[in-house]
Design a protein around this ligand. Structure first.
Ligand code: AMP
Length: 381
């Protein structure tokens, strides 16, 4: 019997546990809160990630450890790695936790990135603003997610307000200034690398965000082979440079035929949730296979899929479940503003059928705005 330990007990850990059940896997989840939603399916060890007594208990009870949450302290990951195999490695985690480290790596690897500069004082913000220009975004280097810890600057006059909002964090989590990319599309490549170095990627996914949070995804994205190859080449370079093991996502901006790398998520990713029903092997299944050293599954898409995120509260599932290939995912969380509480995936044989199904669901749920851009993309493709 093999037990997989997961640091973080959110919906990603929950979906990993669900996906691992047919492989006969057991799980142990370490989370700071008693109501972590993965604990509905896997035993929970409730403790702080820095608690070495709890980490020792965790290491004793698992055969391999992985993450549902990238902001586990790097020292805790390193401590664990001295006691049990940890995938992805603490080094990969440390790079992906830090927007400056990951953008520096992308640039070293020849992957295009938005303009960026490290900010450690008000003076360095002014210098960087003069070089990068506006519009731009001041972001925390670490611990930001879903658009949190970000301040958009429309003109240099916003520098004072940006510094008031985030300046105090320059000495703790660090800051980075990024040029604002006037992208045509947001895409992501979700890929998996095995312990033996084999790399596979799912088809590119197009993503739409609302207030910095993923709102909808479409896969396969309606893009040509050249972009697909560009994304795969970038994913391969990053994975090999980090000797990465497991699933990861690269978030990309498409601007004038070029993909610019925004960030890397060192874990299964929200833009890969469609793979549960829309690919021959899901990201969750392949992540488990990768960290356990098992053969990777086929990542090809089955038809066309769209994923809709439910943020704050869940709508009624009936319109989705009434579709021929409509799938519902309730994460078992209580409602809270800005919280990801579930998602739905719609799958169809053709883009036109998917557009009709999406339109129907959007109308029935009063979510016309959420589906509109996806429907438009499907109709123009
Ligand atoms: P992030 O937390 O970096 O993934 O940012 C959340 C969202 O904000 C992204 O998905 C984009 O929609 C937007 N965003 C972040 N950085 C940039 C940028 N440099 N240029 C344009 N949009 C951005």
């Amino acid at each position: 019997m093999t037990t997989v330990g997961i640091l973080g007990g959110g919906q990603l850990a929950r979906m990993l546990a669900l996906s691992g059940a047919p492989l006969g896997l057991r799980f142990l989840v370490l989370d700071t809160t008693p109501d972590a939603c993965a604990a509905q399916f896997a035993p929970l060890l409730q403790a702080d990630y820095r608690d070495e007594t709890a980490l020792a208990q965790f290491a004793d009870r698992v055969d391999v450890a992985t993450f549902d949450f990238e902001n586990v302290p790097a020292e805790s990951a390193r401590w664990l790695a001295d006691h049990v195999p940890v995938f992805p490695s603490p080094r990969a985690l440390a790079v992906a936790q830090d927007r400056l480290a990951e953008k520096t790596l992308f640039r070293e690897l020849g992957i295009p990135v938005p303009e960026f500069a490290a900010i450690d004082s008000r003076a360095s913000l002014d210098e960087a603003l003069a070089r990068i220009g506006t519009p731009c975004i001041l972001k925390t280097r670490r611990l930001g997610y879903d658009g949190k810890g970000q301040f958009r600057l429309r003109s240099a006059d916003d520098a004072g307000a940006a510094w008031d909002a985030l300046g105090a964090q320059a000495d703790t989590v660090g800051l980075i200034l990024e040029g604002f990319v006037a992208f045509q599309r947001e895409l992501s490549v979700v890929a998996v690398r095995g312990r033996d170095g084999e790399l596979r990627a799912w088809p590119l996914t197009e993503n739409w965000h609302e207030s910095g949070i993923l709102s909808a995804s479409l896969a396969p994205a309606a893009v040509d082979e050249a972009l697909q190859a560009q994304a795969l080449a970038a994913a391969r370079k990053v994975a090999e440079a980090l000797d990465y093991v497991g699933v990861f996502a690269l978030e990309l901006f498409l601007r004038d035929g070029v993909l610019l790398a925004n960030e890397m998520a060192p874990r299964v990713h929200n833009s890969g949730h469609w793979t549960i029903e829309g690919a021959r092997t899901s990201q969750f299944q392949n992540h488990l296979r990768a960290v356990l050293g098992l053969p990777l599954g086929d990542t090809r898409a089955v038809g066309h899929s769209a994923m809709l995120n439910w943020i704050g509260t869940l709508p009624t599932p009936l319109p989705v479940l009434s579709e021929a290939c409509g799938y519902w995912h309730d994460y078992g969380k209580s409602a809270r503003e800005g919280r990801k509480v579930g998602h739905a995936t719609l799958r169809a044989e053709s883009r036109q059928e998917l557009a009709s199904a999406l339109e129907q669901v959007g109308l029935a749920l009063g979510r016309e705005a959420q589906v509109a851009a996806v429907v438009e993309r499907l109709r123009e493709a």
